[in-house]
Design a protein around this ligand. Sequence first.
Ligand SMILES: [Cu+2]
Length: 511
Amino acid sequence: MTDLRGLTRRRVLQAGGTVALISAAGCDSTSKSAKTDMLTSAAKLPEPFTAKLPIPPVKRPSRSTGDTDHYELTAREASMEILPGLRTPIMGYDGIFPGPTIKARKGRRTVVHYRNQLGVPTVMHLHGGHTPADSDGFPTDLVLPVAGGSGYADQAVGGTTSAGTRDYTYPVNQRAATLWYHDHRMGFTGPQVWRGLAGFFLITDDEEDELPLPRGDRDVPLMITDRAFEADGALRYPAMDPHLVSMPGIDAAHMNGAIGDVILVNGAPWPQLEVEAVRYRFRILNASNARRYELTLDPPAPLTQIGSDQGLLAAPVEHSTITVAPAERYDVIVDFSAYPSGSKVVLKNGDGNVMRFVVGRAATDDSAIPARLSSIEPLPRSAATTRPWMFRQGKVTSMGEETDGWIINGREFDPQRMDATPRLGDVEIWRFGSDGHHPVHVHLSPFQVISRNGGPPGPGDHGWKDTVDLSPHELVEVAIRFDDYDGRYLVHCHNLEHEDMAMMATFRVSR
Ligand SMILES: [Cu+2]
């Protein structure tokens, strides 16, 4: 990784506090095999299904003009009760986790006037947004802390700095979809999202409004994350630099990704939701740093998928299990009228719990799942340009020294290097290969999966996607069109610990 602030490892060691972590991890050149030990909590954990499912508040615009909605959003420190009787310090958009939900309408511009009241640089990225480059949140386009941020200016390698505030402009010229916004600071995205910097950004449009899908209280966003907690309620994350000042990364034992032993939905541990015996729409987002989920209902019922990362599918797809990799979204309908009143239905992750639904009385339900949801224009399956992107473990440079990390096409992230230069308006075929589990995310443009390991796309590959899950030694081909905006964007692994240890690459769309 590019040196941050020119600090050497020795100077960080002299700074104290992080010595044990570094000597136990960063200097351990024998750790050939990347493994992830689950982070276990020291805090007393609640019984499952004792918390009520929170619904993140919907943010109100500070003002709306003819075609634009303006929002004021502040990242700041706060504390919240996640585990009963304990306070957890967080970094939160508007001081809450998840951050407030922003609801946007296709065709109406959204401007977020963002303010960074934290003590460290941040970068806001709208995941899944079709966004001009200067508002996309490139990892070194840093929003410095409002107070005393100048010391971080030299971390903006190949990027820009904003002193305390920055306006992000989203044209929202895209179809209805479940997007989310989160931090994207180079080298520190993992710990800063872990501490709470993530929220929903929901786009609606006329096409979706015309469908008889469940709405109102029966349209429920579910942000699933895993975390671990110290005895005092603080979040446990073994960052190389616990103050997130200069040395990026996580200790070597967790370089495969931070996995916690507590599953949170909308910020609450294994919560419960009382539902009526009708159809519900759940917008499932895996906002975890590294954990993938195998979701089923117990007792069994179908999870009828109506949408993916980038909105409605052409037609519904019934699943008994869905595999959701980090940053992926699954929009599903569950019909609770299939269960007797009083049933307790658990959303399981393999053998583990995620949350529980308690089915109440029958109620009027005028919703339906149309056989045809949307029309999806297929992108051409052949294109002039095919690009390979190989994701694997490899040596990277951190603070001037070689260490284990994650690389793409044999190289670590360099924000000043262009790794690909697609032409505006072109369709290209991108071929993603992997040595392990890597959820691959492309900024700017949605894509269509056209093959998996030479065969047809997988059960989770339908529709327009922006993140695709690769299992070990897989090869996935996608077709992608670079529309509307030129400039510099990212392709990267959305396992946040991989991302922080250099598994990103840059492409520039040119006219
Ligand atoms: Cu990865």
